[in-house]
Write a new protein. Structure first.
Length: 257
């Protein structure tokens, strides 16, 4: 695991966007570059920068296939809080990606388990994820892999914790009763099977998760910690998110910059 510490979220987000653009531009042209993507407030600055770079002709998504991490169960794609809606409004509608190359789990599927199984098969058929971009929750979850999710899990139906529902209520007008209680999500193993994983973590609220994910033991209590076992994983964070890391850890990774 590599950790890159930037002064603030803006600089961290721009670094992530620049890195993703470089990976896309340098990918072999004989097959699509397969990119895993998250939703939420954390990646918004990165998406905005990628849109800017796309419009400036610095990167093209014509040969990119995407797989999103998760989707709420019970929300139509047109619902303003669905992750379908989020991705199109904040990213896909503004870049040159082919619509048939976009994959997002269907939270309205009549057979949710089949939807999960088919999603895994689609990822495998695409040749696997080349780069999975993600965020991390305050409790250390990646995608919707809540604490105590198996580290060998693949795409599955996930019951959401009260803490996750509470945090996400801000997107539903602060009304907890409006937040779905289940989601479809790629599993921890789905993420760690990617050739490369890039996690963004910004703000003091993510400090505890970073401490356990980076310095703690590998544990299903903090699913972020699974990346310790990945041969090519990186966390980009800001200074506020490092307040619970030891001085030795921060000194080590700052020395690698």
């Amino acid at each position: 695991m590599h950790v890159i510490i930037k002064k603030n979220q803006k600089l961290g987000s721009e670094l992530a966007a620049t890195y993703i653009a470089q990976k896309v531009n340098n990918a072999p042209k004989n097959r699509p570059f397969v990119l895993g993507l998250p939703t939420g407030s954390t990646p918004l600055e990165t998406y905005r920068k990628l849109i800017e770079m796309n419009k400036a002709g610095l990167v093209s998504f014509e040969n990119v296939v995407t797989f999103n991490m998760d989707e709420y169960v019970g929300l139509e794609a047109a619902h303003e809080q669905s992750y379908h809606y989020f991705m199109y409004e904040n990213f896909f509608n503004h870049i040159d990606i082919k619509k048939e190359n976009i994959h997002i789990l269907n939270g309205m599927a009549t057979d949710l388990q089949k939807e999960c199984d088919d999603y895994e098969k689609a990822i495998q058929s695409a040749g696997g994820i080349d780069l999975f971009l993600g965020g991390v929750g305050e409790d250390g979850h990646i995608a919707f892999n809540e604490p105590f999710t198996s580290l060998s899990s693949t795409t599955h139906i996930q019951a959401l914790t009260r803490d996750t529902i509470r945090v996400n209520a801000r997107f539903f007008g602060g009304d907890i009763s409006q937040v779905p209680t289940r989601a479809l999500t790629v599993g921890v193993k789905t993420i760690t099977d990617a050739k490369e994983v890039l996690i963004l973590a910004f703000g003091a609220k993510k400090a505890k998760a970073l401490h356990h994910g980076i310095e703690g033991a590998v544990s299903h209590v903090w699913t972020l910690s699974a990346l310790q076992m990945h041969k090519n994983s990186t966390i980009i964070c800001d200074e506020d998110a490092t307040t619970e890391l030891s001085d030795e850890t921060k000194h080590y990774f700052l020395g690698l910059a």
